[in-house]
Design a binder for this molecule. Structure first.
Ligand SMILES: Cc1ncc(COP(=O)(O)OP(=O)(O)O)c(N)n1
Ligand SMILES: Cc1ncsc1CCOP(=O)(O)O
Ligand SMILES: [Mg+2]
Length: 221
């Protein structure tokens, strides 16, 4: 079983983290992923859920295509929610939320693979880290149209609060993040930005990722 990712490498991988599923895309998901990788996406999560989402063989086939693109680019490929799928294709990691299989159980099942856990309170963040999370997904920070059951947006102030409360773990902000908002979430203490629509709905996907990088301004952190 491989070793756990270091916090330093994890932080770098969170930079511009694309979350993608077939129902979010205006073009073929593989084309979107490849353009995003060309623009510098640092990690990709396969999140195939919602009305009309692929299931079974079709879901597996798309996962394998996206994973192959990530491998070519040397970028980690993460599966959302579906631990069986992540194990079946030997994904680099899995992301689970508070309503999914428990982080403790997922950590037991995935060995040293990357484990991302969503947290909405300081307590959830502490418990996630204690349970073996490699990074925290914090959001929605801003209103989002990409998640039907999203909670109330918490604003970048919540990221600042997590840091003030001593949460030092790698942390990615998600929900309504655009190039105009990327800088403020990084300044609030996030290590990276996770996006769906800012990239999957862009007319020029590669340029959209490049603009997110420029706006986040990681070099100055
Ligand atoms: C990076 C990242 N952060 C948070 C989430 C949300 O996970 P969850 O709360 O389990 O909701 P779903 O995405 O499963 O609908 C995420 N997927 N990625
Ligand atoms: C999966 C998820 N979790 C919290 S908000 C969100 C959706 C983010 O999508 P967008 O970047 O389009 O707001
Ligand atoms: Mg989930």
């Amino acid at each position: 079983m491989s070793e756990r990712i270091s916090a330093a490498v994890m932080r770098k991988s969170l930079g511009v983290y694309l979350v993608i599923g077939s129902i979010n895309c205006r073009q073929e998901p593989l084309q979107v992923a490849e353009a995003a990788l060309a623009g510098g996406a640092t990690m990709i999560q396969f999140r195939e859920k919602g009305p009309g989402a692929l299931t079974g063989e079709a879901k597996l086939r798309l996962a394998e295509k996206l994973q192959a693109a990530c491998r070519r680019a040397g970028v980690p490929f993460i599966v959302n929610d579906d631990v069986e799928l992540a194990l079946a294709i030997d994904a680099d990691g899995i992301h689970v939320g508070q309503e999914d299989e428990s982080a403790v159980r997922v950590r037991e099942r995935i060995g040293g693979r990357i484990l991302g856990v969503s947290a909405h309170t300081v307590e959830e963040a502490r418990l996630a880290i204690h349970s073996g999370a490699d990074y925290l997904g914090i959001g929605p920070v801003y209103p989002t149209g990409s998640k039907a059951d999203a909670r109330e947006p918490q604003g970048p102030g919540f990221i600042r609060r997590l840091r003030e409360c001593g949460i030092g773990a790698p942390l990615v902000a998600i929900g309504g993040i655009t190039a105009a908002r990327a800088g403020e979430v990084i300044r609030a203490g996030a290590d990276g930005i996770a996006v769906i629509s800012a990239v999957t709905q862009a007319a020029d996907v590669r340029k959209a990722v490049e603009e997110l990088h420029a706006a986040a301004d990681f070099e100055h952190e």
